[in-house]
Every structure is written in C-alpha cells, then in structure tokens.
Write a protein that binds this ligand. Structure first.
Ligand SMILES: C=C1C[C@]23C[C@@]1(O)CC[C@H]2[C@@]12CC[C@H](O)[C@@](C)(C(=O)O1)[C@H]2[C@@H]3C(=O)O
Ligand SMILES: O=C(O)CCC(=O)C(=O)O
Ligand SMILES: [Fe+2]
Length: 356
C-alpha cells in the first residue's frame, strides 16, 4: 500500500514581492540609505556591482563542484561536520535534516589549510588558495556593507560593526551547500519536486553574504507561513541580516514598494531611522528536481569573546535596550543547543529598560 506523505510545501502561501537590489556603485549616501531601509524592512537584499572578481568566484565554485562530485566515501573523509567538515542531510546536532550536503569551514587560514589537505589531497593548494581568496573578497564586501550600514544609521563610529568581523580571531564561517536534484517521486506535479533542502531559520551571526549558481531555491519569510522566493542571479550576492545585528526588534515601515521608496528623498528617512530597527531574516532553501543547486555562504561573526551591544546612538529613552550585553560565545552556545528553526534572541532580552 502506498501511503501519501503530506508535502508541507504544497499548502504554504507564496508571495511575489519585489526584493531590494542595491547597486553598490551608486552614490554612497544613497546606497547607505537603501541598505538601512532594506535591513529594516526585509533583513535581506541583493547587491550588484559588488566588486568581487568573477575569477575569484569561479575558482571557488569550481572547487566546490569538484568536491561534491567525488564519491561519498571520499567526501566523508572531510567529515563528520563537528561542527566543521563535510555533512550530508543532518544539519547541526539537534535532529534537523534536509536534502543538502555541505562543507562547513572556519575562515581562519590555518583551518582552511588543514581542511584542504583532506579535501584535495593531491594538490591541497588548489582548494586552499581558492577558499582563502574567496573569503578575503567576501569579508571585504561584508565590511563595506557594514560600514555603509553604520553611515546610514548615523553611527559616528562607522567601523563599529565591521571591526567585529575584521578581527583576526573572528569566528566567521564559510559554508558550501550542495542541493542535489530530486528524482524519486512518482507524483510529477511541479510542487512534488520541491523539498526542504535547508529548513527555516535565521543566521545567528552578524551578516551573511551568499551567492548561488543561478538555480533558485532560497526563500525568505516576513510573515509566518508566507514565503517569498528569491530570484536566482549568479552575478549578485544575497545579504542576510543575522541575529547579532538585530538590535531593537522588528518594526516594519508602511511603504512596501521598493522602487517607489528609492525615489524618495532619503535624508528625511534616515533622520527618522537613527534608532534603526533591524530584522534577522527567516529563510530556507528548497531543493528542486531539475538542476543541482550550490550556494556559498560567508557568515561574518565576531570573535568568541567579543561583547555584543548596540552603539550609543541607537539607544534612547524612547528606544531603550531590548537585549542585554552578551558575548558571541554565549550566544553561539545557545544557538547551537537549539533546533534550526528555534527563535533565540528572546533568551537575551533585557529584564529592565536600561540594563546593559
Ligand atoms: C541546528 C543548527 C544548525 C546550526 C546550529 C543550529 O543548532 C542552529 C543554527 C544553525 C546555523 C544556521 C546558519 C549557519 O548555516 C550555521 C553554520 C550557523 O552558524 O547556525 C548553522 C549551524 C550548523 O549547521 O551547524
Ligand atoms: O542555500 C541557501 O541558499 C541558504 C543556505 C543557508 O541559509 C545557510 O547555509 O545558512
Ligand atoms: Fe541561513
């Protein structure tokens, strides 16, 4: 007897909303205003004209595909993901699964070298040099975005955010996700060819800079149960606000038409935003039946001992602190002890209005 398994994806709502695409080659004040706006409204945006060389991207992508094309026993030599290394289907330590295989690396140079010896034993430098160049380039992009963000928020210390991920001992990660095409399904309707690759979650770090190989699958959610597909674009990077950047909770402005907003005088807007409110975006990735999807995500994180608190400009009597000061080590420990989809920031809420 064949028992039909309900496909949760089939019953969900999808919405097509125009997600922000920010041209980093435009005038700096305009770009910083647009970034702040996107972080507040969506916690997500795409960047184009980002300055990361196509050659650096292509080398990393080809090394990744080469790794995932290897026979399973060879890939397993780089595993299990603990938390770094090769993993398949199991995500984290708390029972989450998805149609994905991945390689999770610490971005520090020694760790990349060590992993490269296992990943490309015949010539480790092929992988290590591709990964080092890629990490350096995307870290540069993440820092640039964080500095633009600080400018847009009128935070006087414009390196306040970027300094955290520039630290030599930053806990940043590089994750290569490979979503193999789905084939074994007797139901041929389009929705049956979509399965959870990487379940719903927010990224715990500061900022995620992600690209994929031009195959769709990434979706974001602004409202429970409503998913917005992110159109694939291999020339753009997707930027996600992570938990650590969500300082003051969630408040969405009324204007939802991105193009209309872009035409408005941005200064008036920024003045109203000096106590900016950021959204750590919930997202997920679906696998599809047609083509393999590969995403490469850089998670910009502070060093383990770094203390996380908002710059003074973002705290006022009208907008008191919502979260207490915590170290990244504390937050990471909490995040990694929970399931993928669990909310975590509430564990760090201030008990009193101005508690630090
Ligand atoms: C289930 C989990 C996997 C994860 C650690 C966690 O306990 C909760 C957060 C997950 C996440 C999401 C973003 C990144 O892909 C990741 C590496 C991270 O830092 O937090 C993963 C963790 C993981 O896969 O180990
Ligand atoms: O593959 C994707 O597009 C999303 C992956 C992701 O969210 C993650 O690795 O944390
Ligand atoms: Fe993610």
């Amino acid at each position: 007897m064949v028992v039909a398994t309900p496909n949760p994806i089939r019953s969900e709502k999808m919405r097509n909303i125009e997600l922000p695409i920010i041209d980093l080659s435009a005038e700096r004040p305009e770009v910083s205003g647009l970034i702040v706006r996107a972080c507040q409204e969506f916690g997500f945006f795409k960047v184009i004209n980002h300055g990361v060389s196509q050659d650096v991207i292509a080398r990393m992508e080809s090394q990744s595909f080469e790794f995932f094309a290897k026979p399973v026993p060879e890939k397993q030599l780089a595993g299990p993901a603990n938390p770094h290394g090769y993993g398949s289907k199991n995500i984290g330590f708390n029972g989450d699964v998805g149609e994905v295989e991945y390689l999770l690396l610490s971005t520090n140079s020694a760790s990349i070298s060590q992993m490269s010896n296992v990943i490309s034993p015949h010539d480790p430098t092929l992988f290590s040099s591709a990964a080092r160049c890629y990490v350096e380039a995307v870290r540069g992009l993440a820092c640039e975005i964080l500095e633009l963000m600080a400018e847009g928020l009128w935070v006087s210390d414009t390196s306040a955010f970027s300094r955290l991920i520039r630290a030599a001992d930053s806990d940043s990660l590089l994750r290569l996700n490979h979503y193999p095409p789905l084939t074994e399904d007797s139901d041929t309707s389009p929705s049956s060819f979509r399965r959870i690759g990487f379940g719903e979650h927010t990224d715990p770090q500061i900022l995620t800079v992600l690209r994929s190989n031009g195959v769709g699958g990434l979706q974001i959610s602004l409202e429970d149960g409503v998913w917005i597909p992110v159109a694939p674009d291999s020339s753009a990077f997707c930027v996600n606000v992570g938990d650590v950047l969500q300082f003051n909770g969630r408040e969405r402005p009324k204007e939802t038409n991105w193009a209309k907003f872009a035409l408005k005088a941005y200064t008036a807007f920024v003045k109203a935003m000096t106590n900016g409110r950021f959204v750590s975006v919930r997202h997920r990735a679906l696998a599809n039946s047609y083509k393999p999807r590969m995403s490469m995500a850089y998670f910009g994180a502070p060093s383990l001992h770094a203390r996380i608190f908002p710059p003074p400009e973002l705290v006022t009597p009208q907008r008191p602190r919502l979260y207490r000061t915590f170290t990244w080590a504390e937050y990471k420990k909490a995040a990694y002890s929970l399931r993928l989809g669990d909310g975590r920031l509430n564990l760090f809420r201030s008990r009193t209005v101005d508690e630090g």
